[in-house]
Design a protein around this ligand. Structure first.
Ligand SMILES: CCCCCCCCCCCCC[C@H](O)CC(=O)SCCNC(=O)CCNC(=O)[C@H](O)C(C)(C)COP(=O)(O)OP(=O)(O)OC[C@H]1O[C@@H](n2cnc3c(N)ncnc32)[C@H](O)[C@@H]1OP(=O)(O)O
Length: 725
């Protein structure tokens, strides 16, 4: 709703729809009623629009876009109504003015913002464009380059930047409402024509067409198959070519195209999924609603390899004082240097620079080789080498040294949390915090509870994720947890496809065309092939512990490809050694080119093993890789390792480069249709009966059999029918 009140000469309209004053039908109706009331009241000389609870508005009610009676075109005409008012209208922007909220403010004749307010048109991140005339007003106010940047990226800008761009007329540190009323009183009687953005020309840019061509090329490059950025661009370009009314018509057409695209649905699903996973629960009954986190006043990180350095950087950025520990001085100095470099780079990117991060202060960041300094920390994150014996040794030491309440986290990417916890005297305080590389950049934090992990420990790890500005996703304990467990069959299929006749670049291209940031082979080269090799050796799948006489392409009766092991045996670890699945310009190089040596090697390998090379089309590549990953997802859900498909999707979008406009693997499966996913898996598993990853999971079969229910209902079938699975 919106509340109308009349003070002296200034009427106040307050948008009210907690928690973020989203513009629902009711709010829009009340806003329109308020404007008409003010217009009709001769004692009202000006109007001020603000939002309840220190927030202007987060824009259109996103849930309304999928409601049976859509929000429709109601907002644009209301913005026009504001602008055409004969009485000056001032927006008082506190908190956020986003999307439709900012479009309302653009309809106002003046804008006053609190210094801490943020503004933006983030519709593009929801697969949409600003559909209430924002693509036409913003370029007229701040110019085409700045408007294009804001609209095609969806970024939020602080009030200080908004002032520089001319987006707001004034920023205040104290009471925004009072300042806006003061301004409203001051401008009563002044001509409004120059304040109506729809009447202004779009400021000229020298060589506009060349500028637009370049901007379009950049937008396309960054979109990776997502439609919205390009349509946002087209709407802004319309502002440069057509009068206001025509531009608005074009904006509406383009909005309609996006609204009915599957991509908008996927992105809006992803928005709510990210928020849904904050409300974590475990099968044992622990949940976000009852568990309270412990404060983390001081933390420690053990191990300053690639992961440890990123984690330290992340903690410093979150302003958490910490101790960084290495096993010896040589590694400590190497680690310290690398961390300092990362922090300096991060400081450059931040407003306020190094002073804000304060990483030169030993009270906030201390480097040591002395375990004793971990005595009084509240939380430790172990980030050493992926080796169970080493991790157990460290956790045993920690449980002796750390104070009783300290939370002990392990940054393992696959190992058993319970086994690590068994080395301590406090398994209830042991938890997995799986960061993704680079840890100071990637948003995902996979949080793994073990059999004994306490609800307080889970709540504390979730609170840590928020403090680090990451998305925490709580999952159960199994080999590879959720993300890597689903990744194994995907990568396995990619390698099998090579055995059968494909090439690394062909497989990568198909998955990159689908929208992945990088395909599986480029990804393996980046991560380092030696990581998986070590793990396979530990599992006895390859290396000296492999029993003599084991068939080269079989393990435990299942198909196995020794190709990655063979590459490692030849020192091909990926980017770090300059060669892996691809060739690089040098060790540590980043430009992957297909390697004739590898193609020859593959062909010899096929000859050795009597494999008939066949042409594999794009459809088979895509389906075998994606459907095997999705199939594992269904198995994970059936085992209760994750409490819903949203968890898997949030993990894949934020940790594995899954294209967000496809909503995550489980959402994607729901759009393909579960019966189709099932039929394809059945077809491929018949062709490859020795590959368990292709055998459809019982849960997928169940859901397909009950008529392909919507994703929201999947878990209810599990609880009703689990005994029959
Ligand atoms: C019939 C067809 C006709 C076609 C004709 C064409 C013309 C159509 C004209 C249409 C008009 C278009 C108008 C406009 O251009 C479109 C929009 O405005 S889209 C919305 C744009 N806004 C956003 O993207 C902002 C989204 N929100 C955020 O970024 C953040 O929530 C926040 C505001 C920065 C706050 O962050 P936090 O403090 O961290 O809080 P949360 O994120 O947890 O949010 C709290 C709570 O609020 C819910 N929520 C947030 N924003 C919205 C919203 N816009 N609508 C609905 N709900 C919202 C959020 O989900 C949380 O709730 P929970 O999920 O936890 O229950």
């Amino acid at each position: 709703m919106a509340q109308y009140a009349r003070g002296s000469a200034v009427a106040v309209i307050r948008l009210r729809n907690p928690p973020v004053n989203a513009l629902s039908r009711a709010v829009l109706q009340a806003l329109e009623d308020g404007l008409k009331k003010a217009d009709a009241d001769p004692s009202v000389k000006a109007v001020m629009i603000c939002g309840e609870n220190g927030k202007f508005s987060a824009g259109a009610d996103i849930r309304g876009f999928s409601a049976p009676k859509r929000l429709g075109g109601a907002l644009g005409p209301i913005v026009s109504l504001i602008e055409s008012s004969e009485k000056p209208v001032v927006a008082a922007i506190e908190g956020v003015a986003l999307g439709g909220g900012l479009e309302v403010a653009l309809g106002c004749h003046y804008r006053v913002a609190h210094v801490k307010a943020r503004m933006g048109l983030p519709e593009v991140t929801l697969g949409l464009l600003p559909g209430a005339e924002g693509t036409q007003r913003l370029p007229r106010l701040i110019g085409v380059p700045a408007a294009l940047d804001m609209i095609t990226t969806g970024k939020h800008i602080p009030a200080t930047e908004a002032l520089k761009l001319g987006l707001v007329d004034e920023i205040v540190e104290e009471n925004t409402i009072e300042a806006a009323i003061r301004l409203a009183n001051k401008v009563i009687g002044q001509p409004l024509g120059p304040r109506r953005l729809s009447l202004k020309p779009v400021p000229k840019v020298p060589n506009m067409e060349a500028f637009l061509d370049e901007a379009l090329a950049k937008v396309k490059r960054q979109a990776r198959g997502c439609l919205a950025p390009e349509l946002c661009f087209q709407a802004v370009r319309a502002a440069t070519r057509s009068p206001f009314a025509e531009g608005v018509r074009r904006e509406r057409e383009l909005f309609q195209v996006l609204l009915s695209s599957g991509q908008a649905q996927a992105l809006q699903y992803a928005f709510f999924a990210e928020r849904a996973v904050r409300r974590w629960a475990t099968p044992g009954g622990a949940s976000w609603s009852s568990a309270a986190p412990q404060p983390v006043r001081r933390a420690a990180v053990i191990g300053l390899g690639t992961m440890g350095r990123g984690i330290v950087t992340s903690l410093v950025k979150a302003n958490i004082p910490l101790v960084a520990l290495e096993q010896d001085l040589e590694n400590l100095n190497k680690g310290r240097k690398a961390v300092m470099l990362l922090l300096e780079r991060e400081a450059m990117k931040m407003e306020g620079g190094a002073q804000v991060l304060d990483f030169h202060n030993p009270a906030r960041l201390q480097f040591t080789v002395d375990f004793d300094l971990l005595r009084d920390v509240d939380l430790v994150i172990e980030a050493v080498f992926e080796n169970m014996a080493l991790k157990k040794e460290i956790f045993h030491k920690l449980s002796k040294i750390c104070k009783p309440g300290a939370l002990l986290c392990t940054n393992t990417s696959a190992l058993n949390i319970d086994e690590i916890a068994s080395a301590t005297n406090r398994p209830q305080q042991v938890i997995g915090t799986h960061f993704f590389s680079p840890a100071h950049v990637m948003r995902l934090l996979e949080i793994i509870y073990g059999r004994h992990t306490s609800p307080t420990a889970i709540a504390t790890a979730m609170q840590l994720a928020t403090a680090l500005k990451k998305v925490g996703v709580v999952v159960g304990n199994c080999f590879g947890f959720v993300g890597n467990r689903m990744m194994f069959p995907y990568v396995q299929q990619a390698v099998f496809l090579l055995e059968e006749g494909s090439r690394p670049d062909a497989v990568d291209q198909v998955l990159e065309d689908f929208g992945f940031k990088i395909g599986p082979f480029r990804m393996s080269d980046l991560a380092g092939l030696d990581v998986g090799w070590r793990s396979r050796k530990d599992q006895g799948l390859t290396g000296p512990s492999l029993p003599a006489g084991t068939p080269a392409r079989q393990r435990h009766g299942q198909r196995y490809s020794p190709l990655p092991d063979l590459l490692c045996e030849r020192g091909r670890f990926g980017q770090k050694t300059g060669k892996g699945w691809y060739l690089y310009e040098k060790a540590g190089g980043r430009t992957a080119t297909p390697d004739p040596w590898l193609l020859n090697f593959l062909s010899q390998y096929r000859d050795t093993h009597g494999i008939r090379t066949r042409f594999i089309d794009q459809e088979e590549i895509l389906e075998r890789c994606l459907f095997s990953l999705i199939n594992e997802g269904f198995a994970i859900l059936a085992e209760g390792i994750a409490s819903g498909p949203e968890h898997l999707d949030v993990i894949y979008i934020n940790g594995y480069g899954w294209p967000k406009h496809r909503g995550g693997p489980m959402f994607y499966a729901s759009t393909v249709g579960l019966p189709r996913v099932l039929a394809k898996l059945q077809k491929y598993s018949e062709a490859h009966p020795d590959v368990p990853g292709l055998q459809p999971s019982a849960f997928l079969k169940k859901l397909a059999a009950v008529g392909n229910p919507p994703l929201k209902e999947w878990m209810s079938y599990l609880s009703q029918q689990s005994s029959k699975l």
